[in-house]
Design a protein around this ligand. Structure first.
Ligand SMILES: CC(C)(COP(=O)(O)OP(=O)(O)OC[C@H]1O[C@@H](n2cnc3c(N)ncnc32)[C@H](O)[C@@H]1OP(=O)(O)O)[C@@H](O)C(=O)NCCC(=O)NCCS
Length: 177
């Protein structure tokens, strides 16, 4: 599956992306915000490409200009998310390499992924969350139209914190178009 936005091409991750992945994923400001530790080696990034980033709706966000990945966005389907077990709901997750923060890339990519979820995958709702205090991710979800649903206690790299869970239904998404 390939999706396209004004500035990005969304395509499956490939083994040959390992060096780009390691470059961004070793940054201590990226992974921990999502709940995973910074990558420690190229080998670790290679393993992550074949496991974590190999889901059917997981996309490398590639700059059209260079063709190289700068982040990821995924629709985690039932069985691969703890926010739902319904086949017509999924969870949106994402991260972006730090040099590209603040330029609207994630709202752009995620908007296309939501369109794909509702129009092509037949989803009735998409869940999305962030850890309390992650204002960057909160803003992305606000821009996409997500609404607060509930808080839950979560562990992030062994430390307890609050997980804020948001929801966007198909009706809400249609009403914003
Ligand atoms: C969350 C994330 C994907 C946002 O993507 P993005 O493309 O930068 O999103 P935006 O450009 O819309 O910026 C979102 C907010 O980040 C803040 N921001 C912008 N530039 C920033 C920078 N250089 N450093 C820190 N924060 C910045 C702004 O508050 C902005 O909100 P605004 O547009 O209302 O001013 C990105 O910050 C990221 O990957 N963070 C680390 C991993 C993470 O938190 N993933 C989500 C886990 S739930």
């Amino acid at each position: 599956m390939m999706l396209t936005t004004e500035r990005l091409r969304l395509r499956p991750w490939q083994d040959t992306d390992a060096e780009d992945l390691f470059f961004y994923a070793r940054d201590p400001d990226v992974g921990p915000a999502c709940g995973w530790a910074p990558h420690k080696s190229l080998e670790e990034s290679r393993a992550v490409l074949r496991s974590v980033l190999a889901g059917p709706e997981c996309y490398a966000l590639c700059l059209k200009e260079s063709g190289r990945p700068i982040g990821t966005a995924e629709l985690m389907l039932a069985g691969n998310t703890d926010l739902t077990d319904r086949a017509d709901e999924c969870e949106l997750g994402y991260w972006l390499g730090k040099p590209y923060w603040g330029q609207g890339y994630m709202p752009e990519a995620a908007a296309e992924l939501l369109r794909h979820a509702f129009e092509e995958l037949g989803m009735r709702a998409v869940w999305c969350g962030y850890h309390a205090g992650n204002d960057q991710s909160r803003r992305v979800q606000e821009k996409l139209g997500f609404a607060f649903h509930h808080d839950r206690p979560v562990q992030v790299l062994g430390r307890p914190t609050t997980g804020r869970v948001n929801l966007l239904t198909r009706e809400q998404w249609l009403a914003r178009r």
